[in-house]
Design a protein. Structure first.
Length: 95
């Protein structure tokens, strides 16, 4: 599947990229827990990345279990702030 704006088509992503979006209002995403969605993450990875993308998604999922981390992500206003939250060691992410 070609991603719009990616002129190289499938496999053209040279490195892993993680992006996030904070929705202006909660979205009913029909999640298993019935909760609406506010934070959305997109991970792009080259075909040859192996399981690295799964590790990145697992880290985000672990971090988001902590309500304090989710709060910090909601309050982040730019990419540097989001990166700072996601790059913190897991034990101190909520500090």
């Amino acid at each position: 599947m070609r991603i719009p704006g990616n002129p190289g088509g499938p496999g053209a992503c040279g490195t892993e990229e993680l992006d996030h979006l904070r929705a202006e209002r909660m979205i009913d995403f029909e999640a298993l827990d019935g909760q609406p969605v506010e934070l959305i993450f997109l991970l792009l990875a080259p075909e040859a990345a192996g399981a690295d993308h799964l590790k990145a998604l697992a880290r985000v999922a672990r971090l988001l279990r902590d309500p304090e981390v989710a709060r910090k992500l909601r309050e982040s206003r730019d990419a540097d702030a989001v990166y700072a939250v996601l790059a913190m060691p897991a034990a101190s992410s909520a500090a």
